[in-house]
Design a protein around this ligand. Structure first.
Ligand SMILES: [Zn+2]
Length: 307
């Protein structure tokens, strides 16, 4: 069910390449949460400009560091001279433009460098659209991610920490750099204790089925804990579809070599039993083809959804 959202809040629902953009109208100006992927920055600018309806954009606030959430920052800052506020935990990496930390180079993704002017710490209260929101730590998918909760309106901007069906890739858990899955579970449990009538997720439409989404997400955590290979396969599929949406089409022949050149695929997938780049390519084509997410035509792999 679609929630009734406050007048001052406009959700620009995007696909999977760009995260949703949430516009907050604030008199003659406005704020924006998350800015999409870099290759769609002009589309983001156009959509945001429409939503602003003559207002100026004074501030961007990011939920976390990933390419599909911060990719329009530079373009929007150039167009509007707006400030950029990011989670404190990613500030050093953004300032240094650390492509490894930002998962750009490792995942074969792109971004445009931007400068931030302010940070949010977990527990900070701030205003968006005349409403008071609290930034809450939401480690897991991104160990430094924040979600934003408005207690008065019972709204949650969840980024990739909670979707209607699941949550974002467990990067830290898979890389072995932090106990990310345990963090995801704790984050979900903390979110579950909040007063929430509606969720505005990073991807997908806003929803009111908070309890069901929470149940599904926790069930997925349990399934991943029981069978980590499932978590790895999920990550490979999601990253591959992201890449396919970015480039539009890929030749089916030589897909294994193409993927092997992307560090994340070449480092993570071989950990699965009997895994080679060719096996990865074969499995992806079969599994995603069966799911109807891709189709192969004249030797080319195409996504069935638009970016
Ligand atoms: Zn993310």
């Amino acid at each position: 069910m679609k929630p009734r959202l406050p007048q001052a809040l406009r959700v620009i629902e995007r696909g999977w390449l760009s995260a949703n953009n949430v516009v907050f109208l604030e008199g003659a100006s406005a704020s924006l949460v998350d800015s999409g992927y870099v290759s769609q920055a002009q589309q983001t600018l156009r959509l945001v400009r429409e939503a602003l309806d003559g207002r100026t954009l004074s501030r961007i606030v990011n939920t976390h560091s990933h390419s599909d959430h911060v990719g329009g920052n530079a373009t929007l800052a150039r167009a509007y001279g707006c400030t950029i506020t990011i989670p404190a935990g990613i500030a050093a990496a953004v300032a240094a433009w650390d492509e490894d930390f930002l998962l750009l180079a490792p995942a074969g993704q792109s971004g445009e460098r931007f400068q931030h002017q302010a940070v949010l710490h977990p527990g900070d209260d701030f205003e968006l659209g005349g409403m008071v929101w609290r930034a809450l730590a939401a480690p897991g998918h991104d160990m430094e991610a924040l979600v934003f909760h408005c207690a008065e309106q019972r709204l949650l901007i969840s980024g990739d920490a909670l979707w209607r069906d699941g949550f974002g890739i467990q990067f830290a858990e898979i890389a072995g750099t932090a106990p990310g899955l345990a963090a995801t579970k704790a984050t979900l449990e903390a979110i579950g204790r909040l007063a929430v009538d509606a969720v505005i997720p990073g991807h997908g439409e806003p929803f009111v089925e908070f309890d069901e989404a929470m149940e599904r997400a926790l069930a997925r955590v349990a399934a991943f804990a029981e069978d980590p290979s499932r978590m790895v396969r999920n990550a490979m599929k999601v990253l591959f579809i992201f890449k396919l949406l970015e480039v539009g089409r890929l030749p089916a022949a030589g897909l294994g070599d193409y993927l092997a050149a992307i560090p994340y695929f070449s480092e993570v997938f071989p950990r699965l039993e009997h895994a080679t780049p060719a096996a990865l390519a074969e499995w992806l084509l079969e599994d995603l083809g069966r799911a109807g997410v891709i189709r192969v035509r004249d030797g080319e792999i195409l996504p069935t959804q638009t970016a």
